[in-house]
Design a protein. Structure first.
Length: 107
């Protein structure tokens, strides 16, 4: 089974749409449930506690496609070849980096 990671593929920042938060809440994500309750007037879509490999986030992005992305974001899914990753970010545009992508210097 491969691990999938959600990242932002454009400048601006990682933001989910209200539809994405609602789907994640339906799937049992507590942070998304809280967002919907507290951001009733103005929805911001920033997630802080949910890891990018969270199954509810991945499923919502897969199901909603472009509609999962919030303002100024373009959410995509990256499939890992292993079980380790970090997200490299520049001005909101992100890249998923795995150990095989790092050129280590050996001394």
């Amino acid at each position: 089974m491969s691990i999938k990671v959600v990242y932002n593929n454009c400048f601006g920042g990682f933001v989910i749409s209200r539809a994405c938060a609602e789907r994640m809440a339906e799937l049992g994500n507590k942070e998304a449930q809280s967002m919907i309750e507290t951001e009733s007037d103005r929805f911001y879509g920033f997630i802080y506690e949910t890891p990018r490999h969270d199954s509810t986030l991945v499923q919502a992005v897969e199901e909603l496609g472009e509609d999962a992305s919030g303002d100024m974001s373009e959410l995509r899914i990256y499939e890992l070849s292993g079980d380790k990753y970090f997200i490299d970010e520049y001005d909101g545009s992100e890249t998923v980096v795995e150990p095989k992508d790092v050129c280590w210097i050996t001394v």
